[in-house]
Design a binder for this molecule. Structure first.
Ligand code: FES
Ligand code: CO
Length: 334
């Protein structure tokens, strides 16, 4: 169940606008994948040519077909081999000559890959389409840590005052009031958690802002910040790709309904600053795999959200927060 859950999950792999005519190699759960674009959309294949095992990502896209760099076999968007130059033209292309195809979609400005046979539905992110809202993409950030550690850091309220002191929190306002966490509509959601913002998002403020966190999948979470009596709303959506056992790539969408006429760059720079403040800490955490046994590590009431996240992973059977790295491992655990 657990591995199927992740195997059938959508993983963010690339910023859609940055995938131009050349194919690119990405990695999901230890699997090397080539992605490319043609006029039918984006495509993902296992990054290996069935002829002699060369990586297809070393090739190029010609007339919408992915051409292997080694002997120029051509694959169309469905993975079928449509041309073998060494084959005399009166001989048919063997049926076996095709690529292993994965689900691949463009959504929210990102390219997503799904390795499963039964893909989960896409996570809904209504803010991205809401009128009067603007969404920018931050990252991807490379992190040497496991995806659940990264997600948990994103969900962690009580570090804001220390790691992001002066930016997202204030050491003299470090107490976290009790809040609720509920499981509604397939996701965890908190009640409003007030956090004192000394100078929220670099804007002169000072005062309490409410955070509402949601965990949408084992690898996707978000929060929305609002301040009572004000219209401004900022949502940060984080999706983490577990590339292999050691490395993740983190994509963040920032959606704001204010300063729409202002340049995006300062928002991106601010998010970069925040992210790099967390990086050393997240990469230092031991054990690398998030302990789901709540007897390990120590938990406070202020950690209610991350406790709920661990319990949820546990219910999904995501043992020790590990991600399956290959199908073999996956079936062995069944
Ligand atoms: Fe790809 Fe020969 S290895 S065409
Ligand atoms: Co942080």
């Amino acid at each position: 169940m657990q591995q199927d859950k992740l195997w059938n999950e959508w993983h963010p792999v690339y910023i859609a606008d940055e995938l131009k005519e050349d194919p690119k190699q990405v990695q999901v759960l230890g699997e090397k994948i080539v992605i490319f674009r043609n006029d039918k959309g984006v495509h993902a294949f296992k990054d290996i040519c069935i002829h002699r095992g060369a990586e297809l990502s070393l090739g190029k896209v010609v007339d919408g077909r992915l051409v292997c760099a080694y002997h120029a076999w051509e694959y169309d968007g469905t993975g079928a081999c449509t041309k073998i130059p060494a084959l005399p033209c009166d001989r048919p292309i063997p049926k076996k000559a095709k690529a292993t195809v994965y689900h691949c979609e463009e959504y929210l400005g990102l390219i997503w890959v799904n390795l499963g046979e039964d893909p989960a539905p896409f996570i809904h992110y209504p803010e991205a389409e809401k009128e009067g809202h603007r969404t920018i993409i931050c990252g991807p950030y490379a992190v040497k840590a496991n995806a659940p550690r990264v997600i948990e850091n994103f969900l962690d309220v009580s570090h804001l005052m220390f790691v992001h002191e002066g930016l997202l929190g204030d050491v003299d306002h470090a107490e976290v009031v009790d809040y609720d966490v509920q499981f509604v509509d397939d996701r965890l959601i908190t009640s409003k958690i007030p956090v004192f913002q000394p100078n929220a998002d670099g804007r002169a403020k000072g005062g309490y802002t409410d955070y509402v966190y949601e965990v949408l999948s084992p690898i996707i979470a978000r929060f929305t910040k609002t301040t009572e009596g004000e219209e401004e709303e900022l949502t940060i959506f984080t999706a983490v790709n577990q590339e292999d056992n050691e490395q993740t790539k983190v994509f963040m969408l920032l959606t704001r309904n204010y300063d729409l006429d202002q340049p995006d760059e300062p928002f991106r720079e601010f998010q970069d600053t925040i992210f790099y403040q967390d990086l050393d800490i997240v990469q230092s955490q031991k054990p690398e795999l998030l302990p789901l046994d709540l007897q390990m590590e120590m938990h406070l009431k202020s950690d209610a959200l991350t406790i709920a996240y661990r319990r949820w992973l546990d219910e999904l059977g995501i043992e020790n927060g590990t991600m399956p790295i290959d199908k073999e491992k996956r079936s062995r655990k069944k």
